[in-house]
Write a new protein. Structure first.
Ligand SMILES: Cc1cc2nc3c(=O)[nH]c(=O)nc-3n(C[C@H](O)[C@H](O)[C@H](O)COP(=O)(O)OP(=O)(O)OC[C@H]3O[C@@H](n4cnc5c(N)ncnc54)[C@H](O)[C@@H]3O)c2cc1C
Length: 505
């Protein structure tokens, strides 16, 4: 049996980035992926020739010299990615029922401030202070700016401030408070939980610069996989890890669903920590208290996604995203009432190499709690293992799709006439394609009232098992990239790795 230096479970962004870093450093790496398609949330799918993203609609920080640009340069991506810069004056637009006005987020801080001041002329001071504050918070996270970790995070006040509370203290203008948090689906925001640093790290990156991947985000996974292979690494698809085997206090191999054993010296889990612990059932190195803590952590909410394919030349391409709220209070979204669904949605138009003028499709997402689909939880549906969830499930999806379309008609009258076909995904689709317990969007929830409870350490109790991926530090392309660097630093040395990345960018 071959023994790899590092076996990585899961080919999500975090797994692939670790695979890239470690194989570049000469380690023998093997990435195991349970699905046919690699990439986790980077996966795309095609319907009626239209490419849809599942979990990457836009990326920030990719202008020359910016943080993700520098990281992606090290990963050999920047000269190969097909990107489209979003509208400089409105990459995100926030709207509300009963309010004709659209509220725009513009790229680059001076422009961001000016555009918002046009809508809120008396709030210049608050808007300027907001911009200063969220940018300043990002500087407290050195790795976001490719600076070595300084160990000051524990004292960071933004860990203990709630986003909603901060905005309420910033201005008495309630509309402005809600507009500034209007894209809170980006981090599954909850008024009594979401820390300010989460809001700041996400919003800052898009304000700096916002980009769409042309023809889908799966290109990131494909390019990384190509480099991993060129650097001598292996990526095995249809290899679902079902057990982690230990011997003499260390892990020694991953057992896969097809009965294979993949031996390694180190193991990196790119899957949800709760799922990782299931692979370690019976392992004496994992204490009961640790299991209890991990299983007690709450996950972020899931979503229902509607994917529309348009008749050619009927619906204009939108070079921005749109976040709609039925009620003035944007923090109400996760607490929707089923009868009232959807009380808000996020809308993304994929960028296609075929046309700049017309949209090929559209993706509209609204929160959906896992409990709504629990009735079909016993069914599993992925490309290689298709299960018919039954007629009532199909009826359920159609019912919610039609409700979503009714809402869309209010914003885009006539949109129904542009639709050639539509497809849906539910929390079960996300559960099955990503391998989470409940189809959650962004992994473990963060809570400013207990900031360290949800922090998962990269190192586990098992000396040769590490974690990576969105559950560790932050979700999103930038968060997971920083997380992969932290994971690999454990094996390569922090300063050594940061220096390599800085030199390459
Ligand atoms: C709907 C949605 C929209 C989003 N939009 C954006 C966006 O616009 N911009 C942005 O920056 N971020 C966005 N995100 C977040 C971002 O996509 C994720 O944070 C990131 O891709 C997660 O990467 P990860 O490394 O944690 O891996 P994951 O994507 O969680 O992948 C894990 C991988 O492990 C595999 N796996 C699971 N179990 C096993 C097993 N037992 N054996 C082998 N393999 C296994 C899975 O199949 C999967 O490939 C979005 C997420 C969602 C859900």
């Amino acid at each position: 049996m071959d023994t790899y230096d590092v076996v990585i479970i899961g080919s999500g962004l975090g797994g692939l980035l670790c695979g890239y870093i470690l194989s570049k450093e000469g380690m023998r790496v093997c990435v195991l992926e349970k699905n046919r398609q690699i990439g986790g949330s980077l996966q795309t799918f095609v319907r009626d020739k239209c490419i849809f993203d599942t979990g990457i609609h836009y990326i920030g920080g990719l202008a020359e010299g910016q943080n993700l640009y520098r990281y992606f340069s090290y990963f050999g991506l920047m000269d190969k990615l097909k990107l489209k810069r979003m509208d400089m004056n409105r990459f995100d637009v926030v709207g509300f029922d009963g309010d004709e006005q659209e509220y725009e987020f513009a790229q680059e801080y001076p422009n961001f401030i000016e555009r918002l001041c046009r809508r809120f002329p008396r709030e210049r001071e608050a808007i300027t202070e907001y911009a200063r504050k969220i940018h300043q918070i990002t500087t407290r996270f050195p790795l976001y700016h490719l600076e070595p970790e300084s160990g000051t995070l524990m004292e960071e006040e933004s860990l203990r401030i709630g986003t909603r509370d901060y905005l309420a203290a910033l201005t008495s203008n309630v509309k402005l408070q809600n507009v500034l948090a209007g894209s809170n689906m980006l981090y599954a925001g909850e008024g009594d939980k979401t820390p300010l640093y989460v809001h700041a790290l996400i919003n800052n990156t898009y304000i700096e610069s916002s980009w769409k991947c042309v023809d889908g985000g799966s290109q990131i996974a494909r390019l990384l996989a190509r480099s991993i292979r060129a650097q001598g690494g292996k990526i095995l698809r249809y290899k679902e890890a079902v057990k982690l085997r230990a011997d003499h206090g260390q892990l020694c191999a991953v057992e896969t669903a097809d009965g294979d054993y993949i031996a390694g010296k180190y193991f990196i889990s790119n899957i949800h920590p709760e799922r990782t612990l299931e692979l370690l059932n019976g392992c004496k190195y994992i204490r009961k208290a640790y299991r209890t803590r991990i299983s007690s952590l709450e996950n972020t909410i899931s979503i229902f996604s509607l994917h529309l394919v348009f008749k050619p030349g009927t619906f204009p391409y939108l070079n921005y995203n749109y976040y709609h709220h039925k009620y003035p209070d944007v923090w109400r979204l996760p607490h929707y009432d089923k009868q009232d669904w959807p009380i808000g949605y996020a809308l993304f138009v994929p960028a296609s190499s075929k046309s700049d003028e017309y949209a090929e499709g559209m993706n509209v997402m609204a929160y959906m709690r896992y409990e709504e689909v629990e009735k079909w939880a016993h069914t599993q549906n992925i490309v290689s293992k298709e299960a018919d969830r039954g007629e009532d499930y199909e009826a359920f999806k159609t019912y919610y799709a039609e409700r979503m379309l009714d809402e869309l008609e209010k914003k885009f009258p006539g949109i129904r006439q542009c639709i050639k076909s539509y497809y849906t995904s539910t929390p079960l689709s996300y559960r099955d394609y990503i391998g989470t317990v409940d189809g959650n969007m962004y992994g473990i929830k963060k809570d400013y009232k207990a900031p360290f409870k949800s922090f998962i350490k990269t190192r586990t109790r098992v000396p040769n098992l590490l974690f990576t991926g969105q559950n560790l530090h932050m979700h999103g392309v930038l968060g997971v990239t920083v997380g992969a660097v932290i994971t690999c630093s454990e094996l390569l040395g922090h300063l050594y790795l940061i220096d390599k990345i800085r030199r390459a960018s």
